[in-house]
Design a protein around this ligand. Structure first.
Ligand SMILES: [Zn+2]
Length: 1105
């Protein structure tokens, strides 16, 4: 047995990975409702009368922080408008007002940008708390006793102690007691909704829809204080069950069904855009549903909902009896009705009918061929069909253990981490959208009503998270899908585990923000050399009409090298005006009102700018990069509205605030015992990111560089502001066509994909379970509230959980993720996902429900944190021990018949292979030369990618391509997609006569064997011989042959499965990239790493100790 343990785990969550900064409470920082949000620039940064478009009188400009655009060689190609010359001299007369009051050194004298970087005028924080944001040592003590885990927290980080689910951590200073998705403390009154702005909400407006087909059925709802006969005494709501409802008592209940609106058939991810479009014309204020005024018929998402049953039975009876009318009901639990009624007999389902496949004993040392022929599917939770049919898709919501252990001690025995993996904003082909003036939620814990609640009768429902009994609001009695009355349990909210609400005004703290996009572009010499700027400008020109937004959409541009350049795009100008601020130590905005402009009104100017930008800096010799100042300027520009900042950087920032120095020693890449510098060198980027988060600004970083850029430091700007990081190592417009293509494709997706603004996500779980550590890009605002200034459909999240109270009397537990965001059309929306899982009491059942991919994905996140807070070798040991501990526990406690060998339950048979794959993954490997930035990027990806894509990075898929056939092929849109089987990652599986495709997520390799069949060479690659395969080939030629079509169909189908674009490299034995291909042969031995078989022997040895 190992002793070190993957000191991970489900302990008492000491650590939140990201702590709450002292003053970070975006809600608190927001302006109150009704306050204008678009125009109130801070006067401090408004030194100029921005309405003045003409050339300012020279006399007005003095030596301020401005510099006129030099007509010099590097910028001279930007023609000044004849009548409106670019800024000339800064004014003399009004000098004081040009200096931002905050300026620490409002030196009146002219300051030149080219001056040597002031010696840290903005001093870095005294003690660089390099690991401060990783404070939460994931409490990874397997088998740790419950109770506070050893505190590894870096004292400097001052992380607030972890709070469990029930003990609400006070939000940051100034936070309202109840924020959006308010989570009241037990015993407190239900949170008052944020009072709606008076002009947007008319609670008593009569309903448009058909009136109820029957009068309200009697008195139950009338009193508003249902007697909850069987409410769990311990449930939080018990004390407050008699409170009056907080929601306005409205009779309306419009349901918007976008699929129906748009026609039939599965709706594309933008299905709700149809709704948006319809909304766009409607008056902005007020719940949009009110303008619809009718109940649409069934959208595709509802097609399989049951027809309304004969309503002769009382609905409560129906609910109670339907699934089990035939069967025994041995589960009358002390909890009374509720989940128990819905829950299956786990005991009956799991083991009584013989050993399920998941528990089939596999001797790993003997069974070599463990990979299924097709990608590994997610396990199905052991629930009754009725429940499982309603359950959330595993693509959105996955749990490492699909059977939840009843107690923490049982979980500790299993030695597997408990956690969730989420892809909450995933593009969905079908998404029911509901518009309702009343969103029905538990009055105690604020859970949204969902398919796993139970109805005590027509008028009362019991929360599946806290067990409080709630009233059914009157308007919920009407089912818009079946157009009948008295069927609350048939409402779409109760029939769909994934659903979206258009939120009424109480979900807004301010009017929904417009879509605002600010692009911050590196235009230094290095940047121009890479050639990225023209690709970017062309891509934005091509997609400018596809940017998500509406008539309010705003855009702006900032470029920078050693100075910061702004662009006045005010409507009415004949050309864009460039404004240069050379005082990078004291950055402020010239003409704040004309830098972010309405896209529709100023589109021509924007297009002009995009066309001229690449030439503008063509001959620049400026090598310095004042990225930090550019980010500060961009933050100031976006602060009043919030929005998205897209930053393109090509080198290490080396001037002004946030300047960095190279920390990588290339000679140590392979030989160092442990990898240094995984944590940031400065907290400048994290602090700025938190400021951004507070103002609803997210920063996406595109790093295009051949040299070390210290991604560990720069990346913080995106991680804590809920942005994304894109990395294109060795990007060059001529030398690296594969990267260029990837960049182009990624940009197209990035510019046009859906986006949500000013978002928060709350994850709730059934009482007794507690969420602690979070993984992904966000800022944890309070215990379970993630602040996401932007949310995009490609972002994944993970959380770790522990079991705080025994789940003895529960058959099932539920998890609910609610994402509140502003759509690009300015609607407030809430997307809710609810997952239900069974609770089990035996260790065998826990193992049987293990989801090996989810376990691996979560362990990868934990190992990333561990690498930074402790060390890479520590993280590697912990991963190995995770495999040892769980298999050891299985052998000792779950296996009834002992036998020799290294034994695993079938559901975990891939666990050692995946762990070995992680050890060999770029993020964690040792002994192989790995660039620090590439390693850090791999770590980011592991934490940020949705599980399906992270798994490809960990364990690539290998296919043989030279013998593709149509056997078993998919047929999609009349295209035939071959489905070759997935091969083990071993050189054994290669053959010199073949051609093999390795899909590693972000990159694909097509390896051509030296003696590859002539047929494949000519019919697919269009070459006459092996020697004629070009050295750098990244495209499959479009040949009119069956072989070519099959091959291209497979490759493009694989690419279509993911939101990013993997580049394809066609390689021969002599290719430079061959080592990259070979490094992914995980099962083989390398100089520095064990083969799979050796690794298994190592595990066995440790287990039998
Ligand atoms: Zn509740």
């Amino acid at each position: 047995m190992s002793t070190a343990g993957f000191n991970s785990q489900n302990g008492t969550g000491t650590g939140q990975t990201y702590t709450n900064g002292p003053s970070q409470n975006p809600v608190a920082l927001q302006q109150p409702p009704g306050v204008g949000y678009g125009m109130n620039h801070q006067p401090a940064y408004n030194p100029m009368q921005t309405k003045v478009l003409g050339p300012p009188s020279p006399a007005l400009y003095a030596s301020g922080p401005y510099q006129p655009v030099p007509p010099g060689p590097q910028l001279g190609s930007y023609p000044p408008p004849p009548a409106q010359p670019l800024l000339t001299r800064p004014p003399i007369g009004v000098l004081p007002s040009h200096t931002p009051p905050q300026s620490a050194s409002p030196g009146p004298g002219p300051r030149q940008a080219q001056a040597t970087p002031p010696a840290q005028a903005t001093p870095p924080p005294p003690a660089v708390t390099s690991t401060s944001y990783y404070t939460g040592p994931p409490a990874w003590q397997y088998a740790a006793p419950r109770g506070p885990a050893p505190n590894h927290v870096n004292p400097a980080a001052a992380a607030p102690p972890h709070m469990s689910h029930g003990s609400a951590q006070p939000p940051g200073p100034g936070a309202p007691p109840t924020s959006i998705h308010g989570y009241p403390q037990p015993g407190t009154a239900p949170p008052p909704m944020n009072p709606p702005p008076p002009h947007t909400y008319q609670p008593n407006r009569p309903a448009y829809g058909p009136p109820p087909t029957a009068p309200p059925a009697g008195p139950p709802g009338a009193t508003g204080t249902p007697p909850p006969p069987k409410v769990d005494a311990q449930s939080w709501g018990a004390a407050s069950s008699a409170r009056p409802p907080t929601e306005p008592d409205t009779q309306e209940g419009d349901v918007e069904c976008p699929g129906d609106v748009a026609g039939n058939g599965p709706q594309a991810p933008n299905s709700y855009n149809h709704v948006d479009n319809r909304m766009a014309g409607a008056a902005q204020p007020g719940p949009p549903g009110r303008h619809l005024g009718h109940y649409p018929s069934l959208p595709p998402g509802y097609q399989n909902t049951l027809a309304p049953p004969p309503s002769s039975l009382h609905p409560a009876l129906q609910a109670a009896t339907q699934p089990y009318i035939q069967g025994p009901q041995p589960y009358q639990q002390p909890g009374g009705p509720g989940p128990d009624q819905l829950s299956p007999s786990m005991a009956a389902m799991s083991l009584q009918s013989g050993t399920p496949e998941a528990l089939r004993v596999v001797n790993l040392l003997q069974e070599r061929n463990l990979l299924p022929p097709a990608p590994v599917p997610a396990p199905t939770p052991c629930l009754t069909q009725d429940l499982q049919k309603l359950n959330c898709s595993p693509e959105v919501f996955r749990c490492t253990l699909t059977s939840i252990p009843q107690t923490q001690s049982l979980l500790n025995k299993a030695k597997l981490p408990l956690g969730l993996l989420l892809h909450p904003f995933k593009d969905l082909s079908q998404l029911p959208v509901v518009t309702s003036s009343t969103i029905v939620r538990c009055r105690s814990c604020r859970t949204y009503i969902n398919p796993f609640v139970s109805f005590l009768d027509q008028r009362r429902w019991k929360c599946n998270l806290c067990y409080r009994v709630n009233d059914v609001p009157e308007e919920f009695m009407y089912n818009p899908v079946s157009r009948s009355y008295g069927e609350p349990h048939k409402r779409p909210e109760v029939q769909n585990a994934t659903i979206e609400f258009i939120a009424p005004s109480e979900y807004m703290l301010r009017p929904p923000q417009p879509a605002v996009y600010l692009f911050v572009l590196d235009v230094s010499h290095n940047a121009v050399e890479t050639g990225y700027l023209s690709v970017f400008c062309q891509s934005l020109l091509d997609n400018i009409n596809a940017l998500p937004g509406d008539s309010r959409t705003k855009v702006g541009f900032i470029t920078f090298d050693s100075t910061i350049h702004f662009y006045n795009l005010q409507e009415g100008l004949s050309q864009p005006q460039m404004l240069i601020v050379s005082d990078i130590e004291d950055i402020f905005l010239p003409t704040p009102d004309s830098l972010l402009v309405n896209l529709n009104e100023c589109k021509e100017l924007v297009q002009d700018l995009l066309k001229s930008l690449p030439n503008l800096f063509e001959k620049t010799m400026e090598t310095q990069s004042a990225l930090g100042s550019a980010l500060q300027a961009a933050f100031k520009l976006l602060s009043p509205t919030g929005g998205r900042m897209s930053v393109f950087q090509t080198q290490l920032p080396n001037l002004g605030v946030g300047a960095l120095q190279s920390r990588e020693d290339p000679n140590q890449r392979a030989s160092a015992k442990d990898v240094q510098h995984l944590s940031p060198a400065t907290d400048f980027y994290k602090k700025l990111a938190l400021d951004c988060s507070g103002q609803q600004v997210a920063v996406d970083l595109f790093l295009l560089s051949a040299q070390y850029c210290d991604l560990a430091s720069l990346g913080c700007i995106s991680r804590f502001s809920a942005g994304s990081v894109y990395y294109y190592p060795s990007y060059h417009h001529q030398h690296n066509p594969a990267q260029v293509e990837r960049f182009q494709r990624d940009l197209k997706r990035y510019l046009t994909r859906k986006i949500g603004f000013e978002a928060v996500m709350r994850i709730r779980c059934t009482k007794g379970l507690s969420i602690h550590t979070f993984h992904g890009n966000f800022f944890v605002r309070s215990t379970d509230l993630l602040s996401l200034p932007n949310v995009n459909p490609d972002a994944g999240f993970a959380v770790q959980m522990s079991i705080e109270e025994n789940l003895d009397d529960m058959q099932v537990v539920s998890f609910q993720a609610a994402l509140l965001y502003t759509s690009s059309k300015g609607e407030r929306r809430i997307r809710v996902h609810t997952m239900c899982l069974p609770v089990v009491s035996s260790l065998s059942d826990v193992f049987a429900g293990a989801d090996v991919q989810a376990v691996t994905g979560l362990l990868a996140c934990m190992a990333v944190d561990r690498s930074v807070t402790s060390s890479l070798s520590d993280a590697r040991d912990a991963m190995t021990n995770a495999a040892i501990d769980s298999l050891s526990s299985y052998r000792q406690s779950a296996l009834t018949i002992q036998q020799p060998g290294l034994l695993a339950p079938a559901c975990l048979r891939l666990f050692p292979l995946y762990i070995l794959a992680l050890l060999k993954q770029k993020a964690f490997r040792t002994g192989t030369s790995t660039r620090l930035d590439e390693r850090v990027f791999a770590m980011y990806q592991l934490k940020y990618q949705p599980l399906a894509f992270a798994m490809l990075m960990i364990h690539p898929a290998l296919y043989r391509l030279d013998d593709l056939s149509d056997e078993g092929a998919l047929n999609i849109n009349e295209r035939t997609i071959p489905q070759p089987r997935v091969l083990q990652l071993s050189v054994e599986k290669l053959s010199r006569e073949g051609a093999f495709l390795m899909d590693a997520g972000l990159v694909m390799y097509l390896w051509i064997g030296r003696n590859c069949h002539q047929n494949f060479l000519s019919q697919v690659l269009g070459v006459s011989s092996y020697a004629a395969v070009p050295e750098k080939l990244c495209l499959l030629p479009e040949l009119d042959t069956a072989e070519s079509q099959r091959t291209r169909a497979l490759v493009s189908w694989l690419r279509d499965q993911r939101p990013f674009f993997p580049s394809l490299h066609i390689i021969r034995d002599e290719s430079q990239l061959k080592p990259h291909f070979m490094q992914n042969m995980i099962e083989d031995r390398t100089e520095s790493a064990l083969s799979y078989y050796e690794f298994l022997l190592h595990l066995q040895q440790q287990i039998s100790k």
